[in-house]
Design a protein around this ligand. Structure first.
Ligand SMILES: Cc1cc2nc3c(=O)[nH]c(=O)nc-3n(C[C@H](O)[C@H](O)[C@H](O)COP(=O)(O)O)c2cc1C
Length: 490
């Protein structure tokens, strides 16, 4: 299961191969000199990560946050399954004070990214309530009754990447025709485009989802605007005519209408947003190798097909609209934002930097540490501009054993307020507790970004950490995954 470290995957120095923090710092600083790296992991109460912070009217007693991580393991009717409950329990023993959404939950069954994604509806309320309960119970069992974590629910519609049926077929619903992405999901005509009245229905579905999330006791809802899913795609709908496309005001109209509906129908519920604040043109495997290369911009025109993309040089990011987006969030009195970038479908090296690509990916076109640095720079730039917002950072798992050393510095120096862990939370959920209580990590549990957690669901399997979490390593799916990975990549 573990890739051979001497293979071509090792074009870049592996983080785990650094003998000490100085050596890692040297590597990181060659790529991005300003990123702080502490010499040692600090325990509570001295660590910047142990500083409390007010979020959603409660006090978070530390700065660790669990990113939303779905497992492709719900029941066909949108209820959680056993593995879903297990994952939320593990989030509960993490010690992190903020649980950002748990995982993406579809507001309409047709908006599921896979037939095992959770849905928020009348018939799933008890199941979703159970998720929150097991999370809090696990926290209480491990840490006692103090400092209950703050938990939100992430609401989504998968849009272009919807695959709700058992047959696994793409059933895309899109904001606009995209000359590079349409073919990847089988769009051949305009019938997949949501018309304006369908957008209005979608807004109502998000509001209904938020009302239910409040009934279930969640502290906030995340109106998901990231990773190529529907509301993220609308942010880039420059070419769409009508009230939901064109100007930035139109492209953010859905968010404004959802927020006004939530304020009206679920008063008191906090609203947060996870957004891909930067992006790029889609990447693909190069013809003569497996490395990722940017697709060519259609007919050499400015790239008007994304959000946070430099239109003249679309392999690069542009944060100017990101500034305007955060200003809008402030205006809407949304104080909690989780900054991500890109999409796991068309530029996974940006969205979840990894040395070993998933089955539908490509070899990293840059040192994955450089991709991490793209997130860090975007986050710092926006945090500095919006000091009153609570800003969470993403894509840090690739820092591996040095994640806490960097995270402490990032919080101390004001790059971000909350440190999100995604893949690391699958292999090593209680990393936050270990850092704050013991000031050290269990090296064997550190995520090495083998991408099995992405490859497995691409092959229709449940997601989890197959290499390091024995509960997954011993599943029959582990064998299927092994065979899947042996097949030549397309
Ligand atoms: C298996 C898997 C499931 C994920 N599920 C979600 C999700 O439901 N919602 C979301 O916003 N991001 C999701 N992500 C993205 C992560 O939250 C995170 O942004 C990404 O893994 C990069 O952070 P990391 O470096 O800490 O892993 C998922 C990622 C993986 C690998």
């Amino acid at each position: 299961m573990t890739p051979d470290p001497s293979s071509s995957y090792s074009r870049y120095t592996r983080v785990g191969s650094h003998r000490d923090v100085d050596s890692f710092r040297g590597h990181l600083h060659e790529l991005c000199p300003e990123v702080p790296v502490d010499n040692e992991i600090l325990r509570a109460p001295g660590s910047p990560l142990a500083k409390s912070l007010e979020i959603c009217g409660k006090i978070a007693s530390n700065r660790w946050m669990i990113q939303p991580m779905e497992g492709w393991d719900g029941a066909e009717d949108g209820n959680p399954g056993e593995l879903t409950l297990r994952r939320w329990r593990r989030f509960g023993i993490s010690g992190a004070q903020l649980i950002w959404g748990g995982e993406a939950v579809a507001v309409e069954a047709e908006g599921r990214a896979n037939p095992n994604q959770l849905v928020i509806a009348e018939h799933t309320l008890a199941g979703l309530e159970k998720l929150r309960e097991v999370l809090l119970e696990a926290h209480h069992d491990r840490f006692g009754s103090t400092s209950e974590p703050i938990a939100g629910l992430q609401l989504t519609h998968s849009g272009r990447f919807a695959r709700p049926g058992r047959d696994g077929a793409c059933r895309p619903r899109i904001a606009f025709r995209h000359p590079l992405l349409d073919a990847r999901v089988g769009v051949t005509d305009d019938s997949a485009i949501l018309d304006d009245s369908e957008v209005e229905d979608l807004i109502e579905s998000f509001i209904a989802g938020a009302v239910r999330a409040r009934e279930l006791g969640f502290d906030f809802v995340d109106i998901k605007h990231c990773h190529g899913y529907l509301l993220h795609e609308f942010l880039g709908a420059h070419t769409r005519p009508g009230p939901y496309g064109g100007s930035l005001e139109n492209r953010t109209r859905i968010l404004r209408e959802i927020v006004s509906g939530v304020r009206r129908e679920a008063p008191g519920l906090h609203v947060a947003v996870r957004v891909s604040i930067f992006d790029s043109i889609p990447f693909r495997q190069s013809g003569d190798g497996e490395e990722g290369v940017p697709e060519r911009c259609p007919e050499g025109e400015p790239y008007r097909l994304g959000f946070g993309v430099d239109m003249a040089n679309p392999a690069e990011q542009d944060l100017s609209e990101g500034h305007a987006f955060l200003a809008l969030l402030e205006e809407l009195d949304i104080r909690l934002v989780n900054l991500s970038g890109g999409s796991p479908y068309y530029n996974p090296h940006l969205q979840r930097p990894a040395l070993y690509p998933p089955s539908d990916g490509y070899l990293p076109p840059e040192d994955p540490l450089r991709s991490v640095a793209r997130h860090l720079h975007a986050t710092r730039t926006l945090k500095q501009k919006f000091p009153g917002m609570v800003v969470a950072g993403s894509a840090l798992s690739y820092l591996q054993e040095y994640l806490p050393h960097v995270a402490q510095g990032l919080v101390r120096d004001g790059w971000m307020d909350l440190v999100g862990i995604g893949r690391m939370a699958l292999s090593y959920p209680d990393l936050p507790a270990d850092t704050l209580e013991r000031g050290e990590l269990a090296r064997k549990r550190i995520c090495r970004t083998f991408s099995d957690c992405t490859t497995a669901p691409r092959g229709g399997l449940v997601s989890g950490c197959f290499p390091l979490d024995a509960a997954y390593g011993s599943l029959p799916e582990a064998e299927t995954l092994r065979k899947l990975k042996k097949k030549p990549r397309e």
